[in-house]
Design a protein around this ligand. Structure first.
Ligand code: BGC
Length: 340
């Protein structure tokens, strides 16, 4: 009888192991065993200030879970180097390795081919930061990001809230330049449109002097603003940048051209990088918008865990709110978000 029981137990254990897709490995302490869940994370480009915060927060989330014992999360984060072919290969490698879940920050959103390949693999996946327009997510996939229209609206509002509504030279219109992220990106499109829309909706006349693509990049932002300032000189009243990285570059060129933010030019960005919060406090940036990397990383990882547990995600497109950042709250943001 005893022998029969132990055979039965052994058979049951084999079934339990086969039934579980995750691998079971010894813990550091030895003896005890814990599940290991493999998560593949594809970032469009490591060399991006905001996505660096985002990916560090994803890593921190799972590191924290790992310290609690129990299931261990093995997170592998790869750099797509802003190259669609490289990223397709990376995603396919994760799929063929049989990772348990994926987090994908697409290089290219103009095509849904890669998203479709992920769907076909049946691996749960959360797409982040770069939304594919009008995409139908399946049972095992969804999106976590932020509604970029709001960030544009806040940028417009920051300028509108200035005593002269952005019209520094008093000629009855706001003359601005727009430094855009990559043109296919919905964040870039919406920020460009909605920042200006807010001013127009509030009865402000606007004039676009210059609009160029800076690809979210600080050096490119600096270069574009330098050339705009050289040709348009003091006609420019407002510099709108689709992100803070490019605003940091813009600031260098503004300084080099002998202009002073808050006095003879306004400068706004999006993200609320810690450097930019400091600049808002000391007046070298007019304002920015918090793009909540911690909130989005948390929502993303929470969703990964739910998908792994087989839960259905009702909200397929999950937006974490933005927050307007001005002299009034920049110090608080610096403290709350960066602990400074
Ligand atoms: C951020 C940018 C970043 C881009 C990458 C945007 O939401 O504001 O800083 O470069 O995402 O896709």
């Amino acid at each position: 009888m005893k022998k029969l029981l132990s055979i039965l137990l052994a058979v049951l254990m084999v079934f339990a192991l086969v039934g579980c897709s995750n691998t079971t490995e010894p813990t550091e302490e030895g003896g005890e065993t814990a599940d290991t869940v493999k998560i593949g994370v594809c970032i469009y480009q490591f060399d991006d200030n905001f996505m660096t915060l985002f990916r560090n927060n994803i890593q921190a989330y799972f590191d924290d879970l790992n310290t609690k014992g129990g299931t261990q999360y093995e997170v592998t984060i790869v750099d797509g180097a802003n190259d669609a072919a490289t990223q397709t290969e990376q995603v396919n490698t994760f799929i063929s390795q049989g990772v348990d879940a994926l987090i994908v920050n697409l290089v290219q959103t103009s095509s849904d081919a890669l998203a479709k390949a992920v769907e076909d693999s049946g691996i749960p996946c959360v797409f982040i930061n770069r939304e594919i327009a009008d995409y139908q997510y399946s049972d095992k996939t969804c999106y976590v990001g932020a509604d970029a229209k709001d960030s544009g609206t806040y940028q417009g509002q920051i300028i509108f809230n200035q005593p002269d509504h952005g019209d520094l030279n008093g000629d009855g219109k706001v003359s601005y330049i727009m430094i855009m992220g990559d043109p296919e990106n919905s964040d870039a499109k919406n920020r460009t449109e909605y920042s200006i829309k807010y001013l127009e909706d509030n009865g402000v006349e606007v004039e676009c002097l210059y609009q160029e693509t800076g690809n979210w990049d600080q050096a490119k932002g600096q270069e574009l603003v330098a050339s705009a300032l050289a040709s348009l000189t003091d006609k420019i009243e407002v510099v709108f940048c689709n992100n803070d990285g490019m605003a940091l570059g813009a600031f260098e060129s503004i300084k080099n051209a002998g202009r002073t933010v808050g006095k003879d030019i306004y400068l706004v960005g999006v993200d609320a990088l810690s450097e930019c919060c400091e600049m808002v406090i000391d007046g070298t940036m007019t304002g920015t918008v918090l793009n909540d990397a911690i909130g989005q990383a948390t929502a993303c990882c929470d969703t990964v865990l739910k998908l792994l547990a087989g839960e259905t995600i009702a909200t397929k497109v999950n937006y974490v709110p933005y927050l307007m950042v001005t002299t009034e709250n920049a110090a608080q943001i610096l403290k709350d978000v960066y602990g400074k």
